[in-house]
Design a protein around this ligand. Structure first.
Ligand SMILES: Cc1cc2nc3c(=O)[nH]c(=O)nc-3n(C[C@H](O)[C@H](O)[C@H](O)COP(=O)(O)O)c2cc1C
Length: 242
């Protein structure tokens, strides 16, 4: 639930059960965050015929680029890794990460039940790649990548201080996925942000901060480009963050 300017409790989503062009246009006319007509002027590429690729793949461009940090075992360095990750729910705030059995971090998430998703920016992309292309079995990846270790405020886990956003997470469930993965579902118990990454209401300032995503399907890192719309634009809502 959210509270609007007049302190009235409003539901996060107002779902329209019957669509009409009048509702659509009325909704767009009510949006003043960006120019709604400009939002819709995205020219579709000139595609050819659809065909099946030689290999099926999870081609979902973009997916979040996040650095996952967790405590190491006693006497070992803290762990930092790159995992496929996703939003499970906005309210309550829940996320998921996918850990491969061959990697170090899954057993540590299992052991400690807590981790942090550190959201990096494009200026950190080489250090990000150093983390995902090296193993903690041969080096302390914090030192190797040149990241500064911090401590989370609400969970027992390390952080990457250079990342402007930290999602402090506590594991609430897990799912074994064949042949050799565990998906950890976690509650985001605290979200912290550097000043300048969010506005006073806690809304992410995407245009000011060069976040990037991984394009599953091309293996590249891309920044956000331009805004082409927002959640709720067709029903006149511009207050939805998640
Ligand atoms: C694009 C990309 C995605 C990755 N996704 C995952 C993942 O979802 N789960 C995982 O356990 N490791 C994933 N990795 C590997 C980890 O980043 C891992 O930390 C790194 O390869 C070293 O592993 P180790 O320290 O566990 O030996 C990914 C690596 C890349 C390059």
């Amino acid at each position: 639930m959210l509270t609007d300017a007049s302190s009235r409790v409003v539901s996060r989503r107002h779902f329209v059960t019957r669509a009409s062009s009048t509702a659509l246009l009325g909704g767009l006319a009510g949006c003043d965050r960006t120019n709604a007509s400009a939002e819709l002027q995205v020219v579709p590429p000139a595609y050819g015929a659809r065909s099946a690729l030689a290999e099926p793949g999870p081609m979902l461009p973009p997916v979040p680029a996040v650095l996952v940090t967790a405590n190491g075992r006693a006497g070992d360095p803290d762990e930092i890794s790159v995992l496929w990750s996703f939003v499970v729910n906005g309210d309550p705030p829940q996320i998921g990460v996918s850990a491969g059995d061959e990697h170090v971090i899954g057993a540590l998430i299992e052991l400690h039940g807590a981790f942090v998703l550190n959201v990096p920016t494009a200026d950190l992309v080489e250090r990000f790649d150093t983390v995902d292309m090296n193993s903690s079995r041969v080096a302390d990846k914090f030192a190797l990548a040149g990241f500064t270790r911090g401590r989370a405020s609400s969970v027992d886990a390390p952080t990457v201080e250079e990342a402007p956003i930290h999602l402090e997470c506590r594991v609430i469930d897990r799912l074994r996925v064949p042949p050799a993965r565990t998906i950890y579902i976690a509650e985001v118990v605290a979200t912290t942000a550097l000043a300048g990454a969010v506005d006073q209401s806690g809304r992410l300032l995407v245009s000011d901060v060069p976040f990037f995503g991984m394009t599953a399907g091309s293996g590249e890192h891309w920044t956000m480009g331009r805004e082409v719309g927002h959640i709720g634009m067709t029903v006149g809502r511009d207050d939805i963050k998640y």
